[in-house]
Design a protein around this ligand. Structure first.
Ligand code: TYC
Length: 104
C-alpha cells in the first residue's frame, strides 16, 4: 500500500493495526513593514480566535522576530486559515503573508 499512514500495518493482525494521528501544521504570520499592527491583532482575534492579549503578544513576536505561530491545525483547517488571512489582507490592501509548515 502506498499511503504511508497504513504501510506499517501490512501483515499485522487486525487487532495490532494502529492509525497514526494526522499530521499537524503550524500556521505562521510573517512580518512586513506596511501592515498596521491593529489589523494583525484583528486577524489573530477573528480568524485564530485569540483573545486581545494573546493576539497582541503574537503580533509583537512577529513584528520583533519576523514570524510567529498563530496556531496548530490539521492540514485542511490550516489551508483554510491561510486563505482567510490572505483574503482579508487583499480586501484591505495590506501585504500581510501567512504560511503553514508541518509541525514535526
Ligand atoms: N511590522 C508591522 C508594522 O510595523 C506590523 C506587523 C506585525 C506586520 C505582524 C505584519 O505579521 C505582521 N506596522
Amino acid at each position: 500500500m502506498s499511503n504511508p499512514q497504513y504501510q506499517d500495518n501490512v501483515g499485522l493482525a487486525p487487532e495490532k493495526q494502529k492509525l497514526r494521528p494526522p499530521p499537524m501544521y503550524k500556521v505562521l504570520l510573517l512580518n512586513d513593514d506596511y501592515t498596521p499592527m491593529d489589523f494583525v491583532v484583528q486577524v489573530l482575534q477573528e480568524i485564530f480566535h485569540l483573545d486581545r492579549e494573546r493576539a497582541t503578544s503574537v503580533m509583537l513576536q512577529v513584528h520583533n522576530e519576523g514570524s510567529g505561530v498563530c496556531g496548530v491545525f490539521t492540514r485542511d483547517i490550516a489551508e483554510t486559515k491561510v486563505m482567510q488571512v490572505h483574503e482579508s489582507a487583499r480586501a484591505h490592501h495590506h501585504p500581510l503573508k501567512c504560511v503553514m509548515e508541518e509541525n514535526k
